[in-house]
Design a protein around this ligand. Sequence first.
Ligand code: BEZ
Length: 210
Amino acid sequence: MTDQQSTPRPLHIGDEAPNFTARTTMGPVKLADYRGRWLLFFSHPADFTPVCTSEFMALARAAPRFEAMGCDLLALSVDSLYAHLAWVRAIQDGFNVTVRFPIIEDPSMVIGRGYAMINPDAPDAGTLRHSFFIDPAGIIRASISYPASIGRSVDELLRVLAALQHFDAHGEVTPADWHPGEPALMPAQDTQDSMLSAPGLWFHREAKST
Ligand code: BEZ
Protein backbone atom coordinates (compact mmCIF):
# COMPACT_ATOMS: atom_id res chain seq x y z
CA MET A 1 0.00 0.00 0.00
CA THR A 2 1.39 3.47 -0.86
CA ASP A 3 1.48 6.37 1.60
CA GLN A 4 -1.22 8.02 -0.44
CA GLN A 5 -3.50 4.99 -0.13
CA SER A 6 -2.96 4.73 3.63
CA THR A 7 -3.63 8.44 4.29
CA PRO A 8 -7.31 9.34 4.42
CA ARG A 9 -8.34 11.80 1.69
CA PRO A 10 -8.64 15.24 3.28
CA LEU A 11 -12.17 16.54 3.52
CA HIS A 12 -13.14 19.41 1.30
CA ILE A 13 -15.90 21.99 1.19
CA GLY A 14 -18.85 20.33 -0.53
CA ASP A 15 -18.10 16.85 0.84
CA GLU A 16 -20.64 14.98 2.91
CA ALA A 17 -19.41 15.05 6.52
CA PRO A 18 -18.52 11.46 7.50
CA ASN A 19 -20.83 10.08 10.16
CA PHE A 20 -19.46 8.81 13.48
CA THR A 21 -20.66 7.77 16.91
CA ALA A 22 -18.72 9.10 19.90
CA ARG A 23 -18.68 9.34 23.66
CA THR A 24 -19.07 12.93 24.86
CA THR A 25 -19.47 14.92 28.05
CA MET A 26 -23.21 14.90 27.36
CA GLY A 27 -23.60 11.23 26.49
CA PRO A 28 -23.24 9.40 23.19
CA VAL A 29 -23.54 11.47 20.03
CA LYS A 30 -23.88 10.57 16.35
CA LEU A 31 -23.08 13.17 13.72
CA ALA A 32 -26.31 12.14 12.01
CA ASP A 33 -28.21 13.42 15.10
CA TYR A 34 -27.51 16.94 13.84
CA ARG A 35 -29.22 16.52 10.47
CA GLY A 36 -31.69 19.34 9.96
CA ARG A 37 -29.58 21.84 11.93
CA TRP A 38 -26.36 23.70 11.33
CA LEU A 39 -23.36 22.40 13.25
CA LEU A 40 -20.04 23.97 14.19
CA PHE A 41 -17.83 20.91 14.72
CA PHE A 42 -14.44 21.96 16.05
CA SER A 43 -11.30 20.50 17.51
CA HIS A 44 -8.90 21.92 20.08
CA PRO A 45 -5.35 20.80 20.92
CA ALA A 46 -5.69 19.92 24.60
CA ASP A 47 -7.82 20.40 27.69
CA PHE A 48 -6.41 22.56 30.54
CA THR A 49 -4.39 24.81 28.24
CA PRO A 50 -4.56 28.61 28.12
CA VAL A 51 -5.79 29.36 24.60
CA CYS A 52 -8.24 26.44 24.56
CA THR A 53 -9.71 27.57 27.89
CA SER A 54 -10.22 31.08 26.51
CA GLU A 55 -11.91 29.65 23.41
CA PHE A 56 -14.24 27.42 25.42
CA MET A 57 -15.28 30.33 27.62
CA ALA A 58 -15.87 32.53 24.57
CA LEU A 59 -17.87 29.80 22.81
CA ALA A 60 -19.84 28.94 25.94
CA ARG A 61 -20.80 32.61 26.32
CA ALA A 62 -21.69 32.87 22.61
CA ALA A 63 -23.67 29.59 22.55
CA PRO A 64 -27.05 31.40 22.71
CA ARG A 65 -26.08 33.41 19.61
CA PHE A 66 -25.30 30.21 17.68
CA GLU A 67 -28.51 28.66 19.02
CA ALA A 68 -30.51 31.65 17.77
CA MET A 69 -29.11 30.93 14.30
CA GLY A 70 -30.07 27.24 14.47
CA CYS A 71 -26.47 26.10 14.94
CA ASP A 72 -25.27 23.56 17.50
CA LEU A 73 -21.71 23.34 18.82
CA LEU A 74 -19.73 20.09 19.06
CA ALA A 75 -16.12 19.98 20.29
CA LEU A 76 -13.45 17.27 20.02
CA SER A 77 -9.98 16.53 21.28
CA VAL A 78 -7.84 13.47 21.89
CA ASP A 79 -8.19 13.91 25.67
CA SER A 80 -10.22 11.39 27.65
CA LEU A 81 -13.84 11.91 28.66
CA TYR A 82 -12.72 12.28 32.28
CA ALA A 83 -10.21 15.00 31.38
CA HIS A 84 -12.99 16.82 29.50
CA LEU A 85 -15.31 16.52 32.51
CA ALA A 86 -12.64 17.78 34.92
CA TRP A 87 -11.87 20.72 32.60
CA VAL A 88 -15.53 21.69 32.25
CA ARG A 89 -15.80 21.60 36.03
CA ALA A 90 -12.63 23.69 36.43
CA ILE A 91 -13.98 26.29 33.98
CA GLN A 92 -17.24 26.40 35.92
CA ASP A 93 -15.47 26.71 39.29
CA GLY A 94 -12.74 29.08 38.15
CA PHE A 95 -14.66 31.39 35.83
CA ASN A 96 -18.34 30.76 36.55
CA VAL A 97 -18.86 29.79 32.91
CA THR A 98 -20.91 26.69 32.10
CA VAL A 99 -19.95 24.81 28.94
CA ARG A 100 -23.26 23.46 27.62
CA PHE A 101 -22.10 21.85 24.39
CA PRO A 102 -20.78 18.27 24.15
CA ILE A 103 -17.05 17.52 23.96
CA ILE A 104 -16.05 14.31 22.18
CA GLU A 105 -13.24 12.13 23.52
CA ASP A 106 -11.15 10.82 20.65
CA PRO A 107 -8.16 9.05 22.22
CA SER A 108 -7.93 6.62 19.29
CA MET A 109 -7.85 9.65 16.94
CA VAL A 110 -10.18 7.88 14.53
CA ILE A 111 -12.54 10.83 14.20
CA GLY A 112 -9.80 13.47 14.29
CA ARG A 113 -7.85 11.69 11.55
CA GLY A 114 -11.01 11.23 9.47
CA TYR A 115 -11.60 14.98 9.61
CA ALA A 116 -7.89 15.82 9.07
CA MET A 117 -7.89 17.54 12.47
CA ILE A 118 -4.56 15.85 13.17
CA ASN A 119 -1.47 16.59 11.13
CA PRO A 120 -0.18 13.14 10.07
CA ASP A 121 3.42 14.45 10.25
CA ALA A 122 3.11 16.00 13.71
CA PRO A 123 5.43 14.57 16.37
CA ASP A 124 2.59 14.38 18.87
CA ALA A 125 -1.04 13.43 18.50
CA GLY A 126 -2.82 16.67 19.41
CA THR A 127 -5.68 17.90 17.29
CA LEU A 128 -5.24 21.37 15.85
CA ARG A 129 -7.82 24.14 15.87
CA HIS A 130 -10.02 23.03 13.00
CA SER A 131 -13.57 24.32 12.61
CA PHE A 132 -16.08 22.78 10.22
CA PHE A 133 -19.46 24.28 9.42
CA ILE A 134 -21.79 21.43 8.47
CA ASP A 135 -25.14 22.37 6.98
CA PRO A 136 -28.55 20.84 7.76
CA ALA A 137 -28.09 18.36 4.88
CA GLY A 138 -24.79 17.12 6.39
CA ILE A 139 -22.52 18.86 3.85
CA ILE A 140 -19.26 20.59 4.84
CA ARG A 141 -19.78 24.22 3.86
CA ALA A 142 -16.71 25.92 5.37
CA SER A 143 -13.56 24.94 7.21
CA ILE A 144 -11.14 27.17 9.09
CA SER A 145 -7.79 26.10 10.58
CA TYR A 146 -5.61 27.85 13.13
CA PRO A 147 -2.37 26.73 14.79
CA ALA A 148 -2.38 25.81 18.46
CA SER A 149 -0.94 29.20 19.41
CA ILE A 150 -3.84 31.32 18.10
CA GLY A 151 -7.34 31.39 19.55
CA ARG A 152 -10.27 31.55 17.14
CA SER A 153 -12.44 34.61 16.74
CA VAL A 154 -15.99 33.83 17.82
CA ASP A 155 -17.18 36.90 15.91
CA GLU A 156 -15.62 35.51 12.73
CA LEU A 157 -17.26 32.12 13.30
CA LEU A 158 -20.64 33.84 13.70
CA ARG A 159 -19.96 35.97 10.62
CA VAL A 160 -19.16 32.89 8.50
CA LEU A 161 -22.32 31.16 9.70
CA ALA A 162 -24.41 34.25 8.87
CA ALA A 163 -22.82 34.49 5.41
CA LEU A 164 -23.53 30.82 4.67
CA GLN A 165 -27.13 31.24 5.77
CA HIS A 166 -27.47 34.47 3.76
CA PHE A 167 -26.26 32.68 0.63
CA ASP A 168 -28.73 29.85 1.17
CA ALA A 169 -31.64 32.20 1.82
CA HIS A 170 -30.98 34.76 -0.94
CA GLY A 171 -28.47 33.27 -3.40
CA GLU A 172 -26.25 36.29 -2.79
CA VAL A 173 -22.52 36.25 -2.12
CA THR A 174 -20.90 38.28 0.65
CA PRO A 175 -17.98 40.67 0.16
CA ALA A 176 -14.85 41.16 2.25
CA ASP A 177 -15.61 42.11 5.84
CA TRP A 178 -19.37 41.69 5.30
CA HIS A 179 -21.57 41.57 8.37
CA PRO A 180 -25.30 40.81 8.59
CA GLY A 181 -27.40 43.79 7.53
CA GLU A 182 -24.77 45.10 5.12
CA PRO A 183 -25.21 44.87 1.34
CA ALA A 184 -24.34 41.55 -0.25
CA LEU A 185 -23.33 41.05 -3.91
CA MET A 186 -24.91 39.40 -6.90
CA PRO A 187 -23.16 36.13 -7.78
CA ALA A 188 -20.69 36.12 -10.66
CA GLN A 189 -22.16 36.11 -14.18
CA ASP A 190 -21.07 32.89 -15.85
CA THR A 191 -22.31 33.24 -19.43
CA GLN A 192 -21.72 35.89 -22.07
CA ASP A 193 -25.47 36.53 -22.38
CA SER A 194 -25.93 37.14 -18.66
CA MET A 195 -22.77 39.27 -18.57
CA LEU A 196 -23.95 41.45 -21.50
CA SER A 197 -27.50 41.86 -20.16
CA ALA A 198 -26.46 42.68 -16.56
CA PRO A 199 -26.91 46.37 -15.75
CA GLY A 200 -24.07 48.55 -14.49
CA LEU A 201 -20.73 47.15 -13.49
CA TRP A 202 -21.55 43.53 -14.35
CA PHE A 203 -18.81 41.89 -12.26
CA HIS A 204 -19.54 43.71 -8.98
CA ARG A 205 -23.20 44.50 -8.34
CA GLU A 206 -24.81 45.07 -4.97
CA ALA A 207 -27.72 42.74 -4.25
CA LYS A 208 -31.12 44.05 -3.28
CA SER A 209 -32.18 41.81 -0.37
CA THR A 210 -30.71 43.95 2.41
C1 BEZ B 1 -3.23 26.42 24.37
O1 BEZ B 1 -4.44 26.21 24.27
O2 BEZ B 1 -2.80 27.37 24.97
C2 BEZ B 1 -2.27 25.47 23.69
C3 BEZ B 1 -2.60 24.14 23.55
C4 BEZ B 1 -1.70 23.28 22.96
C5 BEZ B 1 -0.49 23.76 22.49
C6 BEZ B 1 -0.20 25.12 22.62
C7 BEZ B 1 -1.09 25.98 23.22
